[in-house]
Design a protein around this ligand. Structure first.
Ligand SMILES: Nc1ncnc2c1ncn2[C@@H]1O[C@H](COP(=O)(O)OP(=O)(O)OP(=O)(O)O)[C@@H](O)[C@H]1O
Length: 455
């Protein structure tokens, strides 16, 4: 069939579908080719292809078959030279509908090209620091009624935010193949927004983002300080929430702590469930290492890990799981190359730089916990407003240790002590410096606490 013949045929669709539908959806498509039983159309955007595939496949097939009885399936693709292709790392969706159209599996619009196959719930090791985030993510992955919107996941570098987001998308694909799920980073969101502005395709942009059922935006802190992107994000967010569509967001900090984010955006982000991925503890690191060893052994079935090595790594390597994973990969590759077993000696040789670099970093929270335990007060009193000497002194000790054992600035320390001003921290630190000289008990406490924290 030639394109001209298609042009004649499609006028029949105008009658069937009505003028509005025809000019919005059918007119922008061109017939590319018919091969075997598949008719391929070029469409200007993935959104149009998806919409046509979901809504008009039957009508198009019916008309095509009158001239080409062999056609049983339709395929829609955005040609490579079309300018409004999505950002490079996002999926370009070619949505194909079989003759029996309306099957959800065939017409769902799940952007998965940038999803990592390894990032599933099965491969996510759960421990105390991440159990809440995991449970919330699992719930959203079931695809039931929207209960918390947005789900906001935050935590430090390499603690599994992206892993959980991808895992949700994979589960949704299985549990709810009828849903349009879009996963992208905040950077990609901005890229697509700017591109649409430049090419005057904002209508397409809005249509695409407002037609998804589940929107997942990773690393949202990226749009801080980028005013017009934030503005568009805010509108997209509101439009989706109004339609009761699920939104999942990740960031490296809690919404309230992201500077450069407008207040209205912050408050929107806080109105669902905000969950924190805490730094990993020893048990979780060990669990993750054990699970990653099993993965490595698929590639290196002959390599065993001597006892004590994983415990050593879990103890010595920082909370960032990415570093932990990298260390293990290196260990297996090294052992296989030199034909040695993975024991303590090989570990020390092979990972000397990693071990040096990840000398344990002490956090303000850890200091607060230790000091509270030492003086037998509650964490809430350590951080809270009470000025009683029995709380104020331990608080000052914790401030002093935070100043000396972490690289946090005074304002940062103040924020972690219930939002206190940096001058209060400065005063606390000075007071303890004085007492350290004058009061033997304080000097002894400080020494004990320092040793416990550095252990
Ligand atoms: N609990 C876990 N179980 C198994 N693997 C994990 C876990 N947490 C993190 N990882 C792994 O650690 C690596 C880093 O995780 P991920 O990319 O999800 O971190 P992130 O929090 O998104 O980091 P960033 O802040 O850099 O974006 C990934 O390979 C991921 O699979």
């Amino acid at each position: 069939m030639t394109r001209d013949e298609w042009a004649v045929l499609r006028t029949q669709l105008e009658k069937t579908l009505g003028q509005n539908n025809f000019s919005t959806w059918i007119k922008p498509m061109t017939l590319d080719c018919i091969n075997d039983d598949i008719a391929t159309f070029h469409v200007p955007t993935n959104f149009i292809g998806n919409y046509v595939s979901q809504n008009f496949s039957d009508a198009i097939l019916h008309i095509l078959k009158s001239e080409e009885p062999s056609v049983r399936r339709l395929s829609f693709s955005v040609p490579a030279n079309v300018k409004d292709r999505p950002a490079p790392s996002t999926a370009a969706v070619t949505s194909s509908a079989p003759a029996t159209a309306a099957k959800p599996e065939a017409s769902s619009f799940v952007q998965t090209a940038s999803l990592d196959k390894r990032f599933t719930f099965e491969r996510f090791v759960v421990g105390k620091p991440n159990e809440l985030a995991h449970a919330a993510a699992k719930r959203v992955g079931e695809g039931g009624p929207v209960t918390f919107n947005p789900l906001f996941l935050y935590g430090g570098v390499g603690l599994g935010k992206t892993h959980l987001m991808h895992a949700i998308a994979w589960d949704l694909q299985t549990n709810r193949p009828d849903l349009n799920v879009m996963y992208l980073s905040a950077e990609q969101f901005m890229y697509r927004f700017v591109q649409s502005l430049r090419e005057r395709k904002m209508m397409d942009f809005k249509e695409i983002f407002r037609s998804v059922d589940v929107l997942m935006v990773d690393d949202v802190q990226f749009i801080a300080g980028k005013d017009s992107t934030q503005e568009e994000f805010f509108h997209t967010f509101n439009a989706l929430v109004d339609q009761n569509k699920q939104i999942i967001i990740s960031a490296d900090r809690a919404p309230g702590e992201i500077t450069g984010l407008e207040e209205r955006v912050k408050s929107r982000l806080q109105c669902g469930l905000v969950v924190d991925l805490h730094p990993t503890d020893y048990e979780l690191r060990l669990g993750i290492l054990q699970s990653k060893v099993e993965m490595q052994q698929l590639n290196y079935p002959d390599l065993e890990v001597a006892s004590g090595v994983l415990e050593f790594l879990a103890h010595r390597i920082s909370t960032n799981v990415r570093v932990l994973e990298g260390a293990l990969t290196r260990l297996f590759a090294f052992a296989s190359l030199v034909g040695r077993e993975i024991n303590m000696e090989l570990t020390q040789d092979c990972l000397a730089d990693v071990l040096r670099a990840s000398e344990r970093k002490i956090t303000v929270e850890e200091i607060q916990r230790r000091v509270s335990e030492h003086y037998n007060i509650r964490m809430s009193d350590m951080i809270g407003p009470k000025r009683l000497r029995s709380y104020a002194r331990p608080r000052q000790v914790a401030m002093y240790l935070s100043k000396h054992l972490t690289s946090r600035s005074l304002p940062e320390i103040g924020r972690r002590f219930g939002g206190r001003d940096h001058t209060t921290v400065m005063h606390g630190v000075k007071r303890i410096e004085e007492l350290k000289v004058a009061d033997g008990q304080i000097a002894e406490d400080l020494e004990l606490l320092r040793r416990a924290l550095e252990a």
